[in-house]
Ligand binder design. Structure first.
Ligand SMILES: Nc1ncnc2c1ncn2[C@@H]1O[C@H](COP(=O)(O)OP(=O)(O)O)[C@@H](O)[C@H]1O
Ligand SMILES: [Mg+2]
Length: 320
């Protein structure tokens, strides 16, 4: 994995200051790598640090600690021209396609701009390329869509424009942050299939952020489960769903199996503690299998079988 990793985060920590309150660590020493043409899903409930992690990988945020490697280059603290170039290589698709499009500009304008700014195309060539992009995301006839304004599009069409825009810079990595969660259920599978076919055509790598394990299983090769700023389990998609190891993953699965909604289990003891002074497993306050040890020591990620790691003392019998 290390050798063909397009992106690799090592011990990434992201701290946010809060007024008159202790700082929080929204991401706490997280390591993750994504290979060429690979999709890794980052799954977990709201507030677990997924968006923050995704923003740090594409360097919309500067990590407080740790390193981000992109194709072997350290991009953790790059700025200026190098950062602008990196932004063409690593793109983000947002949850809300309406909020990410400017209501005063046409679809064509939204796509021409990055083609000129990121790929350095002339206005004339950019205009021609716009119709290629629209074709790729299935918005045809392209001439019609090029002239439309965001409010003239459905949610699914807007998300297609957002996807086309992410492709404009010819990226190697796309972070898709809950790209279907605001779409009608009937449109979700279509957009996932589009992301998949684009990956096949362009050989892209994806970080697919979601709270929905079912869509993660559909799209991703590997799944990382995040809880309380940490990755608590990671495995191939099939293994994670078939033989989950971490109690939190069990809970997530129980919530998604057979339920038409993507509701997550109720939080009984509130959101996890994200302050730096937290001790023990982030999931301990909610864990049905909690042991004394879990409240004082943080379980490390350990291999439970090849390509499958989990951070739980239950798998570490024999250690005192
Ligand atoms: N810019 C910010 N400033 C302060 N706190 C933030 C900021 N962005 C996110 N957070 C906090 O970090 C935690 C993780 O948030 P986020 O990464 O958005 O989680 P998720 O995407 O999994 O819902 C939350 O407690 C959130 O309130
Ligand atoms: Mg989020």
């Amino acid at each position: 994995m290390k050798d063909n990793a397009v992106i690799r985060a090592e011990n990434l920590t992201i701290r946010f200051a809060r007024r008159k309150m202790p700082d929080i660590l929204a991401v706490r020493s997280v390591s993750l790598s994504i290979g060429e043409k690979e999709t890794v899903a980052l799954v977990g409930e709201s507030g677990s640090g997924k968006t923050t992690m995704g923003r740090a990988l594409v360097r919309l945020l500067r990590p407080s600690r740790g390193t981000v490697w992109f194709k072997g280059q350290n991009v953790t603290t790059i700025h200026g021209k190098r950062l602008r170039h990196y932004h063409s290589q690593a793109q983000l698709i947002f949850q809300d396609p309406f909020a990410s499009l400017n209501p005063f500009h046409t679809v064509g304008y939204h796509l021409e701009r990055p083609l000129m700014n990121l790929r350095g195309l002339s206005e004339r060539v950019a205009r021609e390329t716009v119709s290629d992009l629209l074709m790729q995301v299935g918005l045809t006839p392209t001439l019609v869509y090029q002239r439309k304004y965001p409010h003239e599009l459905s949610g699914g069409q807007r998300q297609r424009v957002a996807i086309a825009r992410a492709l404009a810079g010819n990226p190697a990595l796309v972070v898709a942050d809950e790209p279907i969660s605001m779409l009608d259920v009937s449109l979700r599978a279509e957009v996932l299939r589009l992301l998949q076919s684009i990956q096949e055509q362009h050989g892209l790598s994806y970080l697919y952020i979601t709270h929905d394990l079912a869509s993660a299983r559909y799209l991703a090769h590997r799944i990382a489960v995040m809880y309380g700023a940490s990755i608590v389990e990671m495995a191939t998609a099939e293994t994670l769903v078939r033989s989950p190891a971490h109690p939190y993953t069990h809970l997530l699965l129980a919530a998604s199996v057979g339920s038409a909604t993507d509701a997550l289990p109720e939080t009984q003891s509130g959101a996890p503690d994200l302050t730096e002074s937290r001790v023990g497993c982030p999931f301990a306050p909610r864990c049905p299998l909690v042991m004394d040890r879990c409240r004082v020591e943080t379980p490390p990620l350990v291999e439970v079988e090849p390509d499958h790691v989990s951070a739980c003392f239950l798998h570490q019998e024999g250690t005192p």
